[in-house]
Design a protein around this ligand. Structure first.
Ligand SMILES: [Zn+2]
Length: 265
């Protein structure tokens, strides 16, 4: 099974642990049999937060694994005050597209345009979503579903390209509530889909044959990952479930992944 990470993956540490943005679950402690049921966890000071859970028996499964392509959506320069700035100032922002038989499923949309604060603080270099999808042979019009792992500005920035259509956006209910509560959480014009396109998610949810959203709080309260299940194997798109793959390998999560004590179990 592959675990894919999206966004904020510091380029230096990212490249040192995986050159294409995913790690094989078999390399992780506690997952010697990648086909077995289980939970993947990252320790934090003797306690544990669930970063990727589930991998249980699911009712529907695809016969073959759909193609999952990483999208290079942006690069950022972390400002000095950022909690991970000491690790790496440069970082990459990824999304993923799943070539599902029912239509393309997009996971995260990168950074948007026109936010003066973000432009000044993070100096984003963005790739237009049309161009990023083209590298996977996918057009924006063929996208039928978007999953936002969470609503920080670097995961929902190009959502508006699909606003005003019938594309469904699966977003954690807690993320929407956080945007409504905190004006500094994200850029709300990027993050909030029109009401008719919102599909609010509480917990795990199968959204297409063989494709299930997994609740993976930790980085944020409403963070979610995507499990793709087939007879050929499984892929988990972990998004920003950790800052970098090394955290999986070391089983140590940084404090900035953890929203609150309540989320640690
Ligand atoms: Zn984030």
């Amino acid at each position: 099974m592959r675990i894919c990470l999206a966004g904020w993956t510091g380029s230096g540490r990212h490249d040192s642990s995986s050159d294409i943005g995913w790690v094989e679950a078999a390399t992780l402690s506690g997952s010697s049999d990648p086909t077995s049921e289980g939970r993947f966890t990252v320790g934090s000071r003797g306690r544990f937060i669930v970063l990727i859970c589930a991998v249980r028996q699911l009712p529907a499964s695809l016969t073959s694994l759909p193609t999952v392509t990483r999208l290079d959506l942006a690069t950022l320069v972390r400002p000095e005050w950022h909690p991970e700035a000491g690790v790496s100032r440069d970082c990459a922002v990824f999304g993923y597209v799943i070539d599902h038989p029912d239509g393309a499923i997009l996971v995260d949309t990168g950074v948007g345009q026109g936010n003066a604060f973000i432009d000044d603080a993070y100096r984003p270099q963005c790739t237009d979503l049309h161009d990023a999808l083209a590298t996977a042979g996918v057009t924006l019009r063929s996208v039928v579903t978007v999953v936002n792992s969470h609503l920080h500005f670097d995961h929902c920035g190009q959502n508006p390209l699909l606003y005003g259509t019938d594309v469904a956006f699966f977003v954690g209910r807690l993320e929407i509530e956080q945007v409504d509560r905190d004006p500094y959480y994200t850029d709300s014009t990027w993050a909030l889909p029109p009401l008719h396109q919102r599909r609010l998610v509480d917990g795990d949810l199968e959204i297409a044959e063989g494709v299930t959203i997994l609740s993976t709080p930790g980085h944020t309260a409403g963070h979610q990952s995507v499990l793709i299940d087939s007879d050929e194997g499984r892929i988990v798109i972990g998004a920003q479930v950790v800052w970098n793959t090394q955290e999986f390998i070391d089983e140590i999560a940084t404090e900035s992944n953890v929203d609150s004590e309540d989320l640690r179990i």
